[in-house]
Ligand binder design. Structure first.
Ligand SMILES: Nc1ncnc2c1ncn2[C@@H]1O[C@H](COP(=O)(O)OP(=O)(O)OP(=O)(O)O)[C@@H](O)[C@H]1O
Ligand SMILES: [Mg+2]
Length: 562
């Protein structure tokens, strides 16, 4: 064991005891940069001195031990070969040149925007590589997290790397976010440090830091990236313009998708391999898989979507639906080509609220819209999204909204009241946090560029501030008699064997049921008939209705159920 006294003895004659003490002061470089750690267990000059293992491995000529959370990341392309919006790279170079020393840099942008690639190229320009620290791999106890982060930053620096911390927002603590917990450590780190942050978020760095924003690529820029990535791997797309338009993703994801499609093509058996075949399907499959993975258990892809033909709705609602679909189809023309997004500060996203009693077709219509537009429908599971942990609900929502903005997906918030309900007067700290969630949602909806459908049974419970931000509101009426007859007819397929004429008009007149219950009754009646081994008879339908009413605790079949 080495202590200060021993050092004084060994170096006696060459350095005075005073000089050695001065070198070991907290502000002296040896200590400040963490080359030597003074263990506080005993008073000086008896305190143990420890040299960081990175220094030892350097002296031994071994690769440095960086720890599990930190991985070196060399640049994979030069600054001038980076794919980003014109001007973004020049602005970044300029910002870094003017940064205070030590440089503290936040690169903001969406997942897959190429934040790491940009930083790696910038570091490479200065003759360094990155040491990427994943905050989610550090301990989840706030105190241990802080210590581990400090060590990781120091090790990366001593190994000659520029530390970059990412996923701070995904590191969750009881009462604070990872960004909050890391703030002081980042400020105290004596060398250059960078973090990756989502767009618009204030980074947890001290005042005077350098913020670099990586804007999303435009459609034309994306097309160019796809083209280059495909050329590099000698693959091609049947509809590259369509793919560029559909997926609003960054260069990183584009390159990964092309690489995966290329790998899949190579792995195909010789029998199925066709070198000249386009890889559209493989790209779509990869991007859908990546989206499913990202949404994890917060949202589930609905895989049976209804068609126009399945809908029984009054003509005015059908017209509104066509208008809604048109809004998505002609977004680019109206907002970009016709300059409407410049003329008015409006979000380019589409958010619709469907209100109506249970079983009136709200969820069904969401599916029809997705099918019409050729998009995937994701039903958000609010019970998994809403968390008692502070900040986690927002983070889950951020993931969901981000994924939906990447394109090809519609978000469905069924029973949206749970999330979009009126803000409450703050009575307890819980109310305050609930209101924070609402505030986050309001701000996120303002910037939302994807498609989301909210459904509710009672429009009145939705916060008016949300309603103002919605691009579309549609009320689903309770079906009238004619519509009900049509619903009965629509729910019994032609193949179903029938005994005699079924009088749907009578059913419609007698029972005030919404589509959902008519569907249930039809299914039930079919099973009753199957059990009796007879074709479906009017009495099966009547009996099924009676059972539906009874199940709801209603003694009489008069009155409406929805
Ligand atoms: N307008 C309709 N046209 C055709 N079928 C309908 C209609 N409305 C309801 N149905 C039938 O009822 C079923 C349930 O409807 P859906 O789930 O869309 O109701 P909802 O309005 O979302 O109800 P909830 O508020 O309970 O979620 C549908 O799958 C369909 O079979
Ligand atoms: Mg529904």
């Amino acid at each position: 064991m080495v202590d200060e006294l021993l050092v004084q003895h060994v170096l006696a004659g060459r350095l005075s005891a005073y000089d050695i003490t001065a070198e070991l002061l907290p502000r002296a470089p040896l200590v400040r940069f963490g080359l030597v750690d003074i263990k506080p267990s005993r008073p000086r000059p008896f305190a143990a001195l420890e040299v960081d293992p990175v220094i030892l491995s350097r002296l031994r000529g071994e690769p440095p031990e960086l720890g599990a959370a930190c991985a070196p990341r060399p640049a994979d392309r030069d600054l001038d070969a980076l794919e980003a919006s014109p001007g973004a790279i020049a602005a970044a170079i300029d910002a870094v040149a003017r940064a205070a020393r030590p440089a503290r840099i936040a690169v903001r942008g969406r997942t897959g925007a190429g934040r790491r690639t940009l930083l790696a190229a910038l570091a490479d320009h200065a003759g360094r590589a990155l040491g990427v620290i994943d905050a989610t791999l550090l301990p989840r106890d706030a105190d241990r997290f802080v210590d581990a982060l400090r060590v990781a930053l120091r090790r990366a620096q001593l190994a000659g790397l520029v530390p970059v911390v990412h996923r701070l927002d995904a590191a969750i603590f009881d009462h604070r976010s990872g960004s909050d917990v890391a703030r002081d450590v980042l400020a105290a780190h004596p060398g250059p440090v960078a973090i990756l942050a989502p767009p618009g978020a204030p980074p947890p760095l001290p005042l005077g830091h350098t913020a670099i924003d990586l804007p999303p690529l435009t459609e034309t820029e994306r097309l160019a990236v796809w083209q280059r990535a495909l050329d590099d791997t000698h693959h091609w797309l049947r509809d590259s313009a369509g793919v560029a338009a559909r997926y609003r993703i960054g260069p990183g994801v584009i390159h990964r998708a092309v690489a995966a499609a290329a790998a899949a093509a190579t792995a195909a058996t010789t029998a199925t391999r066709d070198p000249a075949a386009p890889c559209d399907d493989r790209i779509d499959a990869f991007l859908r898989q990546a989206r499913d993975l990202r949404l994890g258990d917060h949202a589930r892809r609905v895989d049976r979507l209804a068609t126009w033909a399945d809908l029984v709705l009054p003509p005015d609602i059908m017209d509104s639906l066509r208008e809604l679909i048109g809004r998505v189809r002609h977004r680019r023309t109206v907002f970009e080509d016709w300059g409407m997004s410049r003329a008015m500060a409006t979000s380019r996203g589409l958010t619709a609220l469907f209100q109506g009693q249970p079983g009136t077709g709200k969820t069904l219509v969401a599916g029809v819209i997705a099918r019409e537009l050729g998009l995937d429908l994701y039903q958000v599971d609010l019970s998994k999204v809403m968390s008692k942990w502070i900040g986690e609900t927002e983070r889950n929502l951020a993931t969901i909204f981000d994924a939906a903005e990447d394109g090809q997906a519609i978000l469905l918030f069924d029973e949206a009241d749970a999330l979009f309900a009126k803000r409450t007067e703050v009575r307890s700290s819980n109310d305050r946090y609930a209101n924070l969630e609402v505030n986050y949602l309001l701000q996120r909806l303002d910037a939302f560029e994807g498609i989301a459908i909210l459904t509710t049974n009672s429009g009145g419970s939705i916060d008016p501030a949300f309603k103002r931000r919605l691009s579309f509101q549609l009320s689903f009426p309770f079906p009238d008699e004619d519509t009900r007859a049509e619903l009965w007819r629509a729910h019994l397929p032609r193949e179903l064997p029938r005994a005699g004429e079924l009088t749907f008009d009578a059913l419609a007149r007698k029972y005030q049921l919404s589509g959902g219950y008519i569907r249930n009754a039809c299914l039930r009646a079919a099973f009753l008939a199957a059990q009796e081994e007879t074709p479906l008879h009017q009495r099966h339908l009547e009996r099924a209705v009676a059972l539906e009413f009874a199940e709801l605790g209603k003694l009489s079949t008069a009155g409406s159920i929805a």
